[in-house]
Design a protein around this ligand. Structure first.
Ligand SMILES: Nc1ncnc2c1ncn2[C@@H]1O[C@H](COP(=O)(O)OP(=O)(O)OP(=O)(O)O)[C@@H](O)[C@H]1O
Ligand SMILES: [Mg+2]
Length: 143
């Protein structure tokens, strides 16, 4: 799945790297839905990161959870917009609607999928320097 995005990122000369420990514990989650979450977040990162930027996917195990982080060195999101980006059809760039079938649904779906897993999604962003989305999934031994 990451390979597909490496190609897309490569076209924009964005470095897509992963930091995934060996022997991570299994998590309790719907793999199809979580793949959708990762796709949405990586696609957004590619879309909102200029040439020569970098995107990083990091998986960190804790005792009972694995934390999944997707960071980019992109445009960032203004603090006052952070409350809205998970709303359906919300896009910072109002002119984007017509472009390539993007409708502002990705993050609304992402949030919904994580709610189905009893989890929330967190976002930290600095305008002009980048954004990090993160969420957690429970390791199997703890459920
Ligand atoms: N990593 C990011 N960096 C900067 N802005 C972002 C990032 N991710 C999302 N956004 C902003 O949040 C908006 C909403 O994202 P969302 O994924 O819901 O919609 P979309 O990507 O525009 O369309 P769709 O996901 O339906 O193709 C985006 O239009 C963009 O303005
Ligand atoms: Mg999107």
């Amino acid at each position: 799945m990451i390979l597909k995005f490496k190609l897309k990122a490569g076209e924009k000369q964005i470095a897509l790297s992963t930091e995934i420990e060996k022997d991570l514990p299994l998590v309790h989650a719907d793999i199809g839905l979580i793949e959708r979450v990762l796709e949405n977040l990586i696609e957004n990162a590619i879309q909102n990161t200029p040439r020569d930027g970098a995107i990083r996917l990091v998986l960190t195990p804790q005792k009972e959870d694995i934390t999944i982080q997707i960071s980019d060195t992109g445009s960032g999101i203004p603090a006052e917009e952070l409350d809205h980006i998970f709303d359906r059809f919300y896009q910072l760039d109002k002119s984007r609607k017509a472009d390539q079938g993007h409708s502002g649904l990705g993050l609304a779906i992402t949030k919904k999928i994580l709610e189905l897993h009893d989890r929330s999604i967190n976002v930290v962003s600095a305008l002009g320097s980048g954004t990090t989305f993160s969420f957690q999934l429970p390791v199997i031994s703890s459920v």
